[in-house]
Design a protein around this ligand. Structure first.
Ligand SMILES: Cc1cc2nc3c(=O)[nH]c(=O)nc-3n(C[C@H](O)[C@H](O)[C@H](O)COP(=O)(O)OP(=O)(O)OC[C@H]3O[C@@H](n4cnc5c(N)ncnc54)[C@H](O)[C@@H]3O)c2cc1C
Length: 518
């Protein structure tokens, strides 16, 4: 890689928003570089709840957000079908909720265009037998689950296909200014340790909860992003096959999302100081498990497999006065020319994963306006790579592919149905020595054993594919185990504790990973 890159646009942040921005820029014919300090979607986008919102959640409280969600929901199903599982959604009134809210909900959905229908509770229980039998009302909505890693990589591949340069593991360490103009940034290559200078006509800040830090680097003050932490817990089965929401004003622990082989309960909302180290407390874990019980009695008897936290970027404009100082959950576009007198630099933050394409459209429109270009957005029409057949993902897809060739290919990860050939192909494609990168691409080690039975096999395969020496392979294995452990230790009880003990025996007892040469 040359030490200096020249481009039209540098996008900072490789989450859903940054990837969508890079795709939009590339599609409008701009030379584009996307820089992410870690792996793509390793920030909030890879730590979210997995819900493609129908808008139902916001239909009463925030009608504008509801309209945005349903419009984007329809578009994403068209352009990114392979990233979405069409689970459908239910809003249910539990015995702890006010049944009258259902009327406001119906009215809000009608006003905002969110398709909904009240169904008999007996019908809801027929569809979802594990649901609380005491529910008082039930409504259908077009919620779905969306795979963030697949989506972000599809956007990145699409951008690359149009000539963009996508640079994971390249953190921006300095934003370059000439007077009142931002003219590029300096990146640190996390692998080689080298510095890369990117000279750009425009720098687009899509770094989510870190957007204030990046704005600071550009010498722009008052972009206050308050990290709002939320935790989620993955249970080891699909306790439900439909997204289940409590039919009440948005609150903690009110959504259960079936994602691939698991179901995920969430979430909380607690303001924290540091977006990089959101701590998970035992109280929050207990609260989530109690909330799960309200939706699905016996929830606690299922196996809590992993807990993690993400941080919402809650924007507060320190330069604004009066009521506009309110913290907002909607997405915010900051035109630093209008706001701070600095050209060449725009920030987009907040919002939802469901609305990332819209956020990208808004910031790229603002960029075109600043550059005096007339290049309309077409991301709502162009289908992303992998979704060409317009068919949504289906849970049985991998099993079917395996059954068609039952004896041909050894399964490496049984929980997530990953055959060896697919694993090797992904290792070659990602060209990485980091097993956690492979996890994000394939969900390797994300099932009930949390890597216990597959990750030493995968390490051996990585060793061969990437021609690693033993210390490198050992390092990769240990790094993966350390990352998994962070999400396991706060929920150690019952069957998952037994699993963790077994994993511990395999890795500490048999393999003695602590003392492998590194
Ligand atoms: C708990 C929780 C649950 C949620 N659930 C849902 C849901 O179910 N559905 C939904 O639609 N939305 C949900 N959201 C919201 C959604 O996850 C976020 O709005 C979305 O993921 C934000 O994407 P982003 O790209 O803006 O930010 P991020 O994904 O955080 O991306 C920003 C990136 O910038 C990178 N970065 C930071 N500093 C630098 C630097 N100096 N140089 C280079 N890169 C840098 C970071 O590493 C990061 O990868 C949830 C949010 C939370 C917190």
């Amino acid at each position: 890689m040359p030490a200096t890159l020249k481009t039209d646009v540098l996008v900072i942040g490789g989450g859903a928003t940054g990837a969508a921005v890079a795709w939009d820029c590339a599609l409008r014919g701009y030379e584009t570089v996307l820089a992410e300090r870690r792996d793509l979607a390793e920030g909030t986008s890879g730590r979210f709840h997995g819900l493609l919102h129908s808008g139902g959640r916001y239909a009463v409280k925030d009608p504008n957000a509801a309209v945005e969600c349903i419009e984007e929901n329809v578009i994403l199903r068209r352009i990114a079908a392979d990233c979405i599982e069409d689970t459908g959604g239910l809003f249910v009134t539990t015995p702890d909720d006010d049944a009258a809210y259902g009327d406001s909900f119906l009215e809000g959905c009608a006003k905002t265009g969110v398709p909904t229908e009240e169904i008999d509770t007996a019908e809801a229980l027929r569809r979802e037998p594990r649901l609380n039998p005491a529910i008082k009302r039930a409504f259908t909505v077009p919620d779905a689950s969306i795979d963030a890693w697949k989506t972000v990589w599809a956007l990145a591949h699409a951008a690359r296909g149009r000539g963009a340069t996508v640079l994971p593991y390249h953190g921006v360490v300095d934003v370059l200014r000439e007077g009142d103009a931002v003219v590029g940034a300096r990146l640190h290559d996390e692998h080689s340790g080298e510095q890369v200078t990117v000279e750009a006509r425009m720098v687009l800040n899509a770094s989510g909860a870190w957007a204030g830090q990046v704005a600071d680097m550009a010498g722009i003050e008052g972009v206050e992003i308050i990290p709002g932490k939320g935790i989620m817990i993955a249970m080891n089965h699909r306790l439900v096959n439909t997204v289940i929401n409590r039919c009440t004003m948005p609150a903690d622990g009110d959504i259960l999302v079936p994602i691939r082989t698991v179901s995920v309960i969430g979430t909380t909302d607690i303001r924290v100081k540091d977006p990089d180290e959101p701590e998970i407390t035992q109280d929050e874990v207990e609260q989530m498990l109690d909330d799960g019980e309200r939706l699905v009695p016996g929830f606690r008897q299922a196996r809590a497999m992993r807990v993690w936290a993400g941080v919402r970027p809650l924007f507060q404009d320190a330069k604004a006065t009066g009521s506009s100082r309110d913290v907002t959950r909607a997405h915010t576009l900051l035109d630093h020319h209008e706001r701070d007198g600095v050209t060449g630099f725009l920030t987009i933050t907040g919002g939802k994963l469901t609305t990332m394409r819209l956020m990208a459209r808004d910031i790229v429109d603002a960029m075109c306006a600043q550059l005096g270009d007339d290049r309309p957005c077409t991301t709502d029409k162009v289908v992303l790579p992998g979704s060409e057949d317009l068919e949504p993902y289906h849970i049985s897809e991998r099993l079917k592919a395996k059954e068609d060739h039952l004896l041909d290919d050894q399964l490496v990860c049984e929980c997530e149905m990953i055959p060896r050939a697919r694993l090797e192909a992904t290792m070659r494609e990602r060209d990485t020595t980091n097993l956690d990168d492979i996890r994000r691409s394939l969900r390797l080690g994300m099932g009930p054993c949390q890597g216990g039975f597959c990750i030493y096999r995968a390490t051996g395969i990585l060793h061969g594919v990437e021609q690693l020496d033993a210390p490198q392979a050992n390092g990769s294995l240990r790094n993966f185990l350390e990352e998994r452990w962070k999400g396991v230790w706060p929920i150690l009880y019952g069957d998952q504790l037994r699993q963790a003990r077994l994993d511990d025996w395999i890795f500490q007892g048999l393999l003695d990973v602590e003392h492998l040469p590194q």
